[in-house]
Design a protein around this ligand. Structure first.
Ligand code: HEM
Ligand SMILES: *[C@@H]1O[C@H](CO)[C@@H](O)[C@H](O)[C@H]1NC(C)=O
Ligand SMILES: *[C@@H]1O[C@H](CO)[C@@H](O)[C@H](O)[C@H]1NC(C)=O
Ligand SMILES: *[C@@H]1O[C@H](CO)[C@@H](O)[C@H](O)[C@H]1NC(C)=O
Length: 427
């Protein structure tokens, strides 16, 4: 079935009804005003951030403890193992939660992200289908977390891998990884960027108060966004890579890496845990980065069962941050020189279905994101039919519940004017 046209042939899926009214309520009526962010960072002239998640399930050490011993002991990658731009997946491979080679199947990604981080299955399914469809090998429903896997392991795997997926999956303004056309490298940590984040808590002298939370990460993202405008002549903020993958990359740092505890059921992310997940070692005055050695810290606790961060959590949190900082929603880029950022007209991009004004009304941003990510998938490919059917169970009820205007297409021809979009990375 063609998932693009879902909105017109929805079969309402009963089991999802329970979560949807809640999602709807949060998107339209969220009430908690987060004064900190908008006051501290006055360029946030959008709407106030609405709190979208909050653990209500407490803390259970036995089920939330993540093993780093035995079969899950840390083993650094060898010369033939693939590692790439995603620290979560690199850490999982280093601890044997997905194959150590760095090539895994959709099912292995789904199981590993749940076991290690408490990612919701709908979200891991989405992320892994994306990896497979855009950067991976459809017959084997797998992809490489680094560069394309075929030549390296002598396997029949095709696809670019996550590293080779610039503008398809991997994009600019990543938290610690550099912009491809700024550094010629989009998968390694740039120490300057890591330090920028690290130092956002340098004024907190009591180490037990340090917490790289969503407010800190949003401030970090604002400054990274500005840096790409100022330093990368080919900066491109794509409809998927910029508007959804980019926020996920920031939000995942706190939502998944933070250590959960009785005192902090939503987690607290301190300096040592941050360093470990970003493969940084050494004392504060001499921090060192070793590519690909991301580690799950010993004695670290993941999200609680029942408090998974899934697809709806990601959409809602992305929406609330996007409404507070509308610059994050500008699809467009620099035009070949720094400081030339120009956005495309949202109405042109979406065939008039949304415009800049209506995008921030009601559930429209969620509707746009939901449909844009589905439209980007190659739905005609027979090898994907089974997994795409599973996605429908997530997507259909939300489209219905949010009463989404139907997006027919994203006009890619508008994006081709941007040199950062049309340039092909050296393969
Ligand atoms: C199947 C699951 C996943 C896939 C396919 C995936 C894919 C990706 C991709 C393509 C990027 C690069 C995006 C960019 O250009 O910034 C990325 C970045 C990132 N991912 Fe994942 N990811 C997955 C799961 C996770 C998990 C479980 C975590 C948990 C911590 C995570 C954390 C991150 C972070 C923090 C970044 C940004 C890295 C940086 O630039 O500092 N991801 N991921
Ligand atoms: C540290 O600085 C941040 C950002 O400037 C600010 O929000 C926070 O309140 C400061 N914390 C302390 C303990 O001074
Ligand atoms: C996680 O939090 C628990 C409870 O505070 C603590 O005992 C443990 O050492 C922390 N783990 C890490 C890696 O900081
Ligand atoms: C956006 O669309 C709405 C509804 O279609 C319309 O009333 C409004 O004038 C449009 N705004 C702009 C800036 O085009």
């Amino acid at each position: 079935m063609k998932i693009c046209y879902l909105a017109s042939l929805i079969l309402f899926v009963g089991h999802a009804i329970a979560i949807c009214p809640m999602a709807h309520k949060m998107l339209t009526e969220g009430t908690t005003y987060d004064a900190t962010l908008t006051n501290a960072y006055p360029n946030g002239h959008g709407q106030a951030i609405k709190r979208t998640t909050g653990s209500t399930v407490g803390f259970d050490p036995s089920s939330q403890y993540v093993s780093t011993t035995g079969t899950h002991a840390f083993v650094p990658p060898g010369p033939n193992d693939l590692r790439g731009p995603c620290p979560g997946l690199n850490a999982m491979a280093n601890h044997g939660y997905i194959p150590h080679s760095g090539i895994a199947t959709i099912n292995e990604f789904a199981q590993g992200t749940s076991e290690v981080f408490g990612m919701g299955n709908d979200l891991s399914l989405f992320l892994a289908i994306y990896g497979t469809a855009l950067d991976g090998d459809i017959p084997s429903l797998s992809f490489s977390i680094g560069t394309g896997g075929n030549s390296i392991l002598g396997s029949p795997l095709s696809g670019t891998g996550l590293t080779g997926s610039h503008n398809n999956y991997e994009g600019d303004v990543s938290p610690t990884r550099g912009d491809l056309y700024e550094y010629g490298d989009n998968h390694d940590v740039q120490m300057s960027q890591f330090l920028q984040l690290y130092n956002l808590q340098s004024n907190v002298s009591d180490p037990s108060r340090v917490n790289y939370d969503i407010d800190i990460l949003t401030a970090f993202r604002l400054s990274r966004f500005q840096q790409s405008i100022e330093n990368n002549p080919y900066f491109f903020n794509g409809p998927i890579t910029g508007v959804l993958v980019q926020p996920a990359a920031y939000q995942f740092i706190f939502r998944f890496m933070a250590n959960k505890s009785e005192e902090y059921p939503e987690g607290r992310l301190d300096r040592e845990v941050l360093k470990s997940f970003f493969s940084i070692t050494g004392p504060e005055d001499n921090l060192a980065y070793t590519p690909g050695q991301e580690r799950i810290p010993d004695n670290w606790y993941k999200r609680a069962t029942g408090d998974e961060y899934g697809f709806v959590s990601l959409l809602l949190e992305t929406t609330s941050i996007g409404l507070a900082h509308p610059e994050f929603l500008s699809v467009g880029g620099n035009t070949g020189q720094v400081n030339t950022f120009t956005g495309v007209d949202f109405a042109d991009l979406t065939g008039g279905v949304f415009n800049a004004t209506t995008l921030s009304e009601g559930n429209n941003l969620g509707c746009f994101l939901l449909q844009a990510i589905v439209l980007a998938l190659p739905t005609g490919v027979s090898g994907l039919v089974g997994v795409l059917d599973q996605l429908e169970d997530t997507v259909n009820p939300l489209l219905e519940e949010w009463d989404c205007p139907q997006l027919q297409e994203i006009d890619e021809s508008l994006l081709e004017n941007y040199p950062g979009f049309s340039r092909q990375p050296a393969k």
